[in-house]
Write a protein that binds this ligand. Structure first.
Ligand code: C2E
Ligand code: MG
Ligand code: MG
Length: 553
């Protein structure tokens, strides 16, 4: 386990010596200990210093919303290791016991190891001098909005620093802001705007320029890796900026992706305005996209979410089966259960479209339970009809494995349909959280299930997961097979992967086998099991029965 270095601790004590007017704490996140110094306030604090402050009653209520955003950001940094080393916020608090509220600066510095993991938080709280307070007042009245000219310059520089990354212009405003002024008073309206401006200062990092354009219209520019990443960022903005003083207001966002980098930044901003204005009046949606691709992605997602419950009740989710073959005998040796959504109007919807949405909104567990149930029912059906059954593998999503008792549920199912446990196999995808998954896989194995490691070779953690986790079967990923088959070097890697798996006592199957050459090559390397379009696509249960009877009799 990582520890804070002696150098950091020395630095901490050094600062204390130099600065007797501040309150300091050093919070060791790995050991969970706190060292404090300075003001008498912290004398008896042992647990989380942020919790202590939140509950101490020392912070003025006015400052709580900002303080909460600050701690949320800080804790997020502690947990996920965002790449930022310091955060600060101004709060009104009773710094000296018995004295009145003072304007204080709370500054937190994150100490990280080389990998970016946060080891400790060094927090400093210091009351501002009178002169500083006077200055602050001037700053908040005139320029805490970061004058649009400064922002324009910052955006241009930031874009130049990230020539190859995607950049989004996000604009938002408070829906019907006028009503807030009317209902709560102009002063509260102003407070809300100040809260939004200051909070943006806490949320946005050095590479995310922001500014207040006009009364209640704000602009933020950020880089992003994927559409999902960008949506997550917007949702975070929304949750941190909402609910000021328990008020109810809705933020409306407009997003423009800077595709044409030769355009003036103003044009991207204008596009974001158009996008924002396009959602005005929509009750369901509060994010508009200038870019057509993202707009249709979001609409598709909404359509899925609006229809999923009804589809469940209407039995629109059905299990298809894709046969697994023995390359040498051409017999069917098993099947994978795959979900299909048969929509009355749209026809068959591919899992690639709805599984990611379900994994995000939690509906995936319900879907998986339907498929697990169908798989057991199918096994029972074969046994009842005197057909020699083949094992059926079902997919287990990682989303719920730590929160839902999958093993207990599956054992009940196997009991309910009275099928041999060996006939129900479980597929889990490789993941970066090898250790966490490893324990779950072990439990499933101990219960008697056969465990398949799905999509081997598609990610970065395959070998790590092999090392820590006791799988029974390794499933070679379709992409790994097709890409590596292209070169002599790649073919060697596949061949050695196959012999390695046999060496450590694992069975192996290749998925996504599309050609005769691939099947022949796998067989030459010692892998006799294959699943893929060369043999058969996933088919309905009736069709599968026909294939099974003709191939195995
Ligand atoms: P997977 O578990 O790796 O399933 C194999 C996917 O590869 C299936 O896509 C299958 O149709 C496809 N495939 C098989 N052979 C070939 C081939 O030769 N060529 C090509 N191009 N594709 C082939 P599908 O059914 O679209 O499923 C996609 C993914 O969605 C699955 O990948 C799995 O991760 C997920 N999924 C599907 N059904 C379920 C389910 O019931 N529960 C959960 N949790 N995930 C599911
Ligand atoms: Mg699978
Ligand atoms: Mg797979």
């Amino acid at each position: 386990m990582c520890k804070i270095s002696k150098k950091d601790i020395d630095l901490f004590y050094n600062m204390l010596d130099q600065d007797k007017h501040s309150l300091h704490f050093l919070w060791d996140c790995t050991a969970g200990t706190v060292t404090t110094a300075g003001s008498a306030l912290f004398e008896n604090v042992t647990g989380d210093p942020l919790d202590f402050l939140r509950e101490s009653g020392l912070i003025d209520e006015q400052s709580m919303p900002q303080f909460n955003v600050f701690t949320a950001r800080l804790e997020e940094g502690v947990i996920s290791g965002i790449n930022r080393s310091s955060l600060s916020v101004d709060i009104l608090m009773k710094f000296t016991p018995g004295a009145d509220y003072e304007l204080c600066g709370f500054y937190a510095h994150l100490l990280r190891d080389e990998s970016g993991k946060v080891l400790a938080v060094h927090g400093t709280i210091r009351p501002y001098s009178q002169k500083e307070v006077a200055n602050k007042k001037i700053i908040t009245t005139f320029s805490s909005d970061r004058a649009p000219q400064i922002y324009g310059q910052e955006v241009a520089e930031m874009m130049a620093r990230h020539p190859d990354e995607e950049i989004a212009f996000i604009q938002f405003d408070v829906e019907r802001f006028k009503l807030i002024n009317e209902n709560y008073g102009v002063e509260t309206g102003d407070e809300l705007l100040a809260f939004l401006t200051q909070t943006l200062g806490i949320i946005c990092n050095e590479e995310q320029p922001y500014c207040r354009l006009t009364a209640d219209v704000f602009m933020i520019v950020t880089t992003f890796d994927s559409d999902q990443h960008l949506l997550d960022f917007i949702h975070r903005l929304e949750s941190l900026l909402s609910g000021f003083k328990g008020m109810e207001y809705r933020l409306i966002f407009g997003v423009a992706i800077a595709e044409d980098r030769t355009l003036h930044t103003r044009r991207h901003g204008d596009n974001a305005t158009i996008a924002r204005q396009s959602v005005k009046g929509s009750a369901l949606n509060n994010i508009g996209f200038f870019n057509g691709r993202m707009r249709s992605e979001l609409q598709k997602k909404q359509l899925i979410e609006e229809n999923m419950q009804a589809a469940l009740l209407d039995n629109q989710f059905v299990m298809f089966l894709q046969p697994k073959y023995s390359i040498s005998t051409n017999r069917i040796i098993g099947a994978e259960a795959l979900a299909r959504w048969i929509h009355p109007e749209k026809g068959m919807i591919s899992p690639a479209e709805f599984i990611p949405v379900f994994e995000e909104n939690g509906f995936i567990l319900k879907l998986d339970q339907i498929i697990w149930d169908s798989a057991c029912r199918k096994l029972r059906d074969w046994i009842d009809r005197g057909i020699q059954p083949v094992p059926v593998s079902v997919n287990i999503s990682r989303e719920y494995i730590h929160t839902f008792d999958v093993v207990g549920y599956l054992l009940e199912l196997v009991k309910k349909y009275d099928v041999p446990i060996k006939l129900l196999e479980l597929e889990i995808t490789e993941t970066t959280d090898a250790q966490g998954v490893s324990d779950v896989v072990q439990k499933m194995k101990d219960a008697g299930f056969t465990m398949l490691m799905d999509d081997f070779g598609s990610g970065y953690s395959s070998l790590n997961m092999l090392k820590t986790t006791q799988f029974d079967v390794l499933k070679i990923d379709r992409g790994f097979l097709s890409k590596f088959m292209e070169s002599g070097r790649g073919r060697k890697i596949i061949s050695h992967t196959i012999s390695m798996s046999r060496d450590i006592g694992l069975d192996i199957i290749a998925e996504g086998v599309e050609t005769k050459e691939q099947a022949q090559f796998l067989s030459d390397c010692g892998c006799d099991s294959a699943q893929g379009f060369y043999y058969s696509k996933p088919v309905s249960q009736e069709e599968f029965d026909r294939l099974l009877l003709s191939a195995n009799n």
